[in-house]
Write a protein that binds this ligand. Structure first.
Ligand SMILES: [Zn+2]
Length: 259
């Protein structure tokens, strides 16, 4: 191998290992996938959750959130301002994690999270029993829960914020049967609804195995180690990633909000 080629290979190896958007500096950050973390944290919660981490709404069908009604409003300046509050139960380190997740939106989309003053609609980030969020803008105060024990991780914060923006789980996409096989035999019938397809707005974007909104392959399994979701045709494709927003996740936010 010529020195130039080996140098190039080294460089490529380095690039492929670099974190896509954000360097955590936290080694155990990605030891499990995001949904495993979320579902583990939500095991003992009393909240009524759909698909593992979506708050069941009282006023509308959770799964019908598309089109203006539950999007956040765009201002004349072209920015979508979302007021938020953060519970004082969080430590400053935890608040920093939340802040750094919000910065991902600020640097790559027209979404802007701003501390709430007196706005009517806002996201209240709280330390409740589990990691969960409402789907889209609900109206008034809406809780986004990040339990301090299991949810304050970069990927989890992004995942829950994306729900609050209106995004559903990737594997419930209307066209998912072309990309993943659901192994119903390993899913408790009581949990089967978590895998039902939804009438999603796919925004003309391809199915994205790397989405921060995709479940891991053993989500809700009844038998340890058995896949409930298998990618097709190549079962070895990685799903349920651990790091951050995919390229398509960002493109979709910009498409939905017309950034
Ligand atoms: Zn979720």
């Amino acid at each position: 191998m010529t020195p130039t080629v080996s140098l190039l290979l080294l460089l490529l190896l380095g690039l492929s290992r670099a974190h896509p958007l954000h360097d955590e500096g936290n080694e155990d950050e990605d030891d499990v996938d995001i949904t495993t973390r979320i579902l583990t944290s939500n095991n003992a919660t009393d909240e009524i959750l759909l698909e593992g981490d979506l708050l069941a709404p009282k006023t509308r069908n959770a799964m019908k959130c598309w089109y203006q009604s539950c999007q956040w409003k765009k201002g004349y300046n072209g920015l979508v301002t979302i007021p938020f509050t953060v519970s004082s139960q969080f430590t400053s380190w935890e608040k920093q994690k939340i802040d750094s997740a919000m910065k991902v939106y600020h640097s790559s989309t027209c979404i802007r999270f701003v501390p709430r003053q007196n706005e009517y609609d806002y996201i209240s980030i709280e330390n409740r029993a589990g990691c969960f969020s409402a789907l889209g803008r609900v109206g008034g105060r809406q809780v986004l829960s990040l339990n301090r024990q299991g949810c304050v991780y970069h990927g989890v914060v992004l995942h829950e914020i994306n729900h609050a923006l209106g995004f559903q789980h990737e594997q419930t996409r209307s066209d998912r049967d072309n990309y993943v096989k659901i192994n119903w035999e390993y899913i408790n019938p009581q949990n089967a609804y978590n895998f039902y397809k939804q009438n999603t707005n796919n925004l003309n974007t391809p199915y994205d195995y790397t989405s921060v909104m995709h479940y891991g392959r053993t989500a809700f399994t009844v038998q340890y180690g058995r896949d409930t979701i298998t990618p097709i045709p190549n079962p070895n494709v990685q799903i349920g990633q651990r790091r951050g927003m995919s390229r398509w996740d960002i493109i979709r936010i910009n498409a939905l909000y017309g950034c």
